[in-house]
Design a binder for this molecule. Structure first.
Ligand code: GLV
Ligand code: MN
Ligand code: MN
Length: 409
């Protein structure tokens, strides 16, 4: 194992210790104690690698290597460091530590770039605490405005700014960043699917990222005693919600072309075993590579939910996130291909079925992504694993690409 690979193992190993569910995967919610521990580790490494460290008003972390051109835009490299509940050690952190090690290679080689290089570690990509997801990048690009950011609450009613204050973050710092300060955004990520492993290829170059939408459905019925209320007199919110959810897969299958729909969260109120539920709130995550399918699935979900409205049941649908499918920057893809060939690294092109911060950055700057294989294609679970050798290979490619991008006009 070479030094670079060893450092990857150390970073990933250390970050994986910062979990609220030790022994059962990584649970690192944004602005939690584990967020603070991971944040301190990332900032310490940034300092050690000679970067100027700062945080913004959402808690995103930036480590900057100044360039020689005054006022020039930065080449950003990184990913997110939050996780889903009981997730793995690689989704997000692999890209953050890759960014750190690209900066370490600049330092080791005594390189001062023309354009600044910024390692970036983003918050709340998963939306596991505040819903919606992609919060760090949406804040930087202004897609999420100050007002909407402040109004976000977690499941316990804690506001973003209160949670930030709890771990000593300053929410009054600037959030939105002028697009003119960004030259490019590069992100390494695990594939989270089986394609690269199946082909035995270490690097995937992402052509496009699927469009994704998150809806929240609320179903209201009437509470009552589970023993005394006759069946025909009930307005059971959970029974109505279950019928809706059971029909969602067919909406995706009818749409075709790889369209998918998932309900991943369902909250039942009051959640007592002998109480008829009076309210259910559940999420609908829908995705497709084609925007026309996204739009048609949204309409179909709304129609389905609406059809359960009757005298006893009231339903509503709220939009939490809408992201159209996004193509990655063709010039940077060509550059990455060139660097793979020079380094003799096999690669292939693929699309991403997962959402990524790169899709948000792609609206304001040239964005591109590299994937590495995921063992058994699994992710968002404790079994998630990728080879540190592949991360090290990706770092070499990113280093070469970052050198080119921080030099060229
Ligand atoms: C992020 O992992 C997403 O695709 O939801
Ligand atoms: Mn994820
Ligand atoms: Mn991710």
């Amino acid at each position: 194992m070479n030094d670079l690979q060893q450092r990857m193992e150390t970073h990933i190993g250390r970050l994986s210790e910062f979990t609220a569910t030790p022994g059962n995967g990584t649970t690192r919610l944004t602005y939690s104690k584990e967020d603070l521990q991971a944040r301190l580790y990332i900032k310490e490494k940034m300092q050690e690698y000679g970067l100027q460290v700062r945080e913004d008003g959402i808690g995103n972390i930036f480590g900057r290597l100044e360039g020689t051109l005054t006022g020039a835009p930065s080449v950003l490299i990184g990913s997110h460091f939050d996780s889903v509940p009981n997730g793995g050690s690689y989704d997000g952190p692999a890209g953050v530590v890759a960014g750190l090690e690209v900066a370490a290679l600049f330092k080791e080689n005594n390189l001062t770039p023309k354009y600044p290089l910024e390692v970036i570690a983003l918050v709340e990509e998963e939306g596991a605490r505040f819903e919606g997801g992609l919060m760090g990048s949406r804040g930087i690009t202004g897609v999420l405005n100050e007002e909407d950011f402040k109004n976000l609450t977690d499941k316990d009613g804690i506001k973003t700014i209160e949670a930030m204050a709890e771990i000593g973050l300053d929410s009054s710092l600037p959030k939105k960043r002028d697009p003119k300060t960004m030259k490019a955004y590069l992100e390494l990520h695990i594939e989270q699917g089986p394609i690269l492993e199946g082909k035995g290829i270490p690097i995937g170059l992402v052509k496009a990222i699927v469009g994704l939408v998150q809806l929240e459905v609320t179903v209201e019925g009437k509470a009552g005693h589970a023993g005394t209320m006759p069946m025909e007199h009930r307005s059971d919110a959970l029974v109505a919600a279950a019928k809706m959810i059971a029909r969602l897969p067919e909406l995706a299958l009818n749409e075709g072309e790889g369209s998918v729909i998932t309900t991943g969260r369902l909250n039942v109120f009051p959640n007592g075993s002998n109480v008829i539920p009076n309210k259910v709130v559940f999420t609908v995550d829908l995705r497709s590579g084609k925007e026309e399918h996204i739009l048609s699935m949204i309409e179909n979900v709304k129609e389905l939910v609406d059809s359960y409205n009757d005298s006893g049941i009231k339903t509503s649908v709220a939009h939490q996130l809408y992201m159209a499918p996004k193509a990655m920057d063709s010039d940077i893809i060509s550059l990455l291909k060139e660097k793979c060939s020079e380094l003799d690294v096999p690669y292939c092109s693929l699309n991403s079925g997962a959402g990524h911060d790169a899709m948000v950055f792609s609206d304001v700057t040239a964005a591109a992504m590299l994937f590495i294989p995921s063992r058994d294609g699994v992710s968002h679970c404790p079994e998630e694993w990728s080879d540190s050798k592949d991360i090290a290979t990706a770092v070499q490619i990113l280093f070469e690409a970052a050198k080119a991008l921080t030099e060229a006009e």
